[in-house]
Design a protein around this ligand. Structure first.
Ligand SMILES: Cc1cc2nc3c(=O)[nH]c(=O)nc-3n(C[C@H](O)[C@H](O)[C@H](O)COP(=O)(O)OP(=O)(O)OC[C@H]3O[C@@H](n4cnc5c(N)ncnc54)[C@H](O)[C@@H]3O)c2cc1C
Length: 389
């Protein structure tokens, strides 16, 4: 029997689930707090199985059309000495090449494909959820109501519904600020050739994504006082004062004229993704932090996993959700562990850790580099195909 499914949060996870589940014939309603969707946003790199699933959905060409070129990356010390110079093609040999795209660009590919097939309520959030036997009674922020067989909560990192109904959920704090965005500017860099500076308590990435545009991403370890958030220019200036004039000038222009997004890095911890007929998906349930570089792929994979288990037992959604939860736990564990390792390696806490990282990264053989760069972004074929080995 076809089910009434409410998806709260029509981001990457929510829309991917909507795509899979509407394909199974279910009635899908998506509620999003945003008044509309935009293509703007910070830059992400969609990798390995995320790209594969988008291809499966027939959306890879649209993704590529909205993407920016990514060919080479140099890891650098703050004085511009090269630690490693890598080609993305070589790194990603044997897996799907990653796709560099703004979060809004990826989201828009999904939205464009789905917008005439599903019911999307903008400016709408959940005010109340009530268990009514096999179904859930939902009241929305505008006072309207619906009865849902399943409520999928995909509201992102700071999900209000998770906080309200999953009272044992928590957030692991990395004491790290993220500042990133894009700047329209003439530049002398090569489009598709990126620089990543590794330094004590910080990492800075500079991505020339077009002849007149640079994307900038910066992670700064920062505990306690949130006041510097309000003064990004001063924070960038003081953090990178010993860098080359070129970098300092770029950061100065970025903080004056760029489109900047600032947030604190957080990792969502939930022991069970399911409560009755409510299920958490994407960052809302298992955000692995931006440091994993895999949040979008994991959101897309989670949507595929949930839809897969629903297709197996469409008349028993509680079993489907329970199977989804069990399936996802080891996968979540892998990517959240990788994010902690990335934080320790790519944002070293002191000079000694930095030296160790630089020395071992410089000396790494091709096989070791593959282990560092590619192993953390893949799933086994059995995991990808939901096969129990
Ligand atoms: C700086 C940064 C860099 C990143 N880089 C990468 C990368 O390189 N590779 C990668 O794979 N991932 C990356 N990610 C992670 C990736 O962006 C997320 O994992 C992904 O966007 C999660 O998708 P989602 O649908 O779960 O959440 P979101 O994309 O956050 O979408 C949530 C949706 O829910 C809506 N919403 C929020 N609250 C409510 C509410 N109460 N009610 C209704 N709707 C609500 C929002 O409007 C939004 O539409 C990065 C993240 C950040 C912050």
């Amino acid at each position: 029997m076809k089910k009434n499914i409410l998806i709260s949060g029509g981001g990457i996870a929510g829309l991917t689930a909507a795509k899979f589940l509407s394909g199974q014939g279910h009635h899908i309603t998506v509620a999003d707090r945003a008044p509309s969707f935009t293509t703007a946003g910070f830059l992400i790199s969609l990798k390995s199985f995320g790209v594969r699933i988008m291809e499966e959905l027939g959306l890879k060409e649209e993704l590529k059309a909205a993407s920016s070129p990514s060919e080479f990356v140099s890891f650098l010390e703050k004085d511009d000495r090269i630690i490693q110079y890598l080609s993305y093609e070589k790194m990603n040999k044997n897996i799907e090449n990653s796709i560099l795209i703004s979060r809004g660009g990826l989201h828009n590919v999904l939205y464009d494909n789905l917008k005439h097939q599903i019911n999307i309520l903008f400016n709408t959030t959940i005010s109340d959820l009530r268990s009514e036997g096999d179904t859930t009674g939902v009241t929305f922020s505008d006072g309207s109501e619906m009865e849902a067989d399943l409520v999928i909560v995909s509201e992102g990192l700071r999900s209000a519904t998770r906080e309200r109904y999953f009272t044992d959920s928590g957030m692991e704090d990395f004491n790290t600020l993220y500042m990133g965005g894009r700047l329209r500017t003439e530049h002398s860099g090569t489009v598709g050739s990126f620089k990543i500076y590794i330094d004590v308590d910080k990492m800075l990435s500079i991505y020339p994504i077009a002849n007149d545009e640079i994307a900038i991403q910066c992670y700064l370890r920062h505990s306690g006082d949130p006041a510097p958030w309000n003064k990004p220019a001063e924070l960038l200036q003081s953090s990178f004062s010993s860098y080359s004039l070129e970098v300092r000038e770029l950061l100065s222009r970025f903080s004056q004229k760029g489109n900047m997004f600032i947030d604190k890095i957080g990792m969502v911890k939930v022991s069970d993704l399911v409560k009755g007929n409510i299920v958490l998906l994407g960052d809302a349930g298992y955000c692995p932090t931006a440091l994993s570089g895999m949040g979008a792929s994991l959101s897309i994979y989670g949507a595929k996993a949930l839809s897969h288990f629903i297709s197996k037992t469409p008349d028993d959604l509680r079993s489907a959700c329970s199977n989804y939860n069990q399936w996802m736990q080891p996968v979540i564990h892998k990517f959240q562990s990788n994010a902690r390792k990335n934080a320790a390696s790519f944002i070293p806490e002191n000079e000694q850790q930095l030296d160790q990282f630089v020395t071992s990264f410089k000396a790494a053989s091709d096989i070791e580099l593959k282990k560092i760069m590619t192993d953390p972004i893949v799933l086994s074929e059995d995991q990808f195909n939901f096969k129990i080995s």
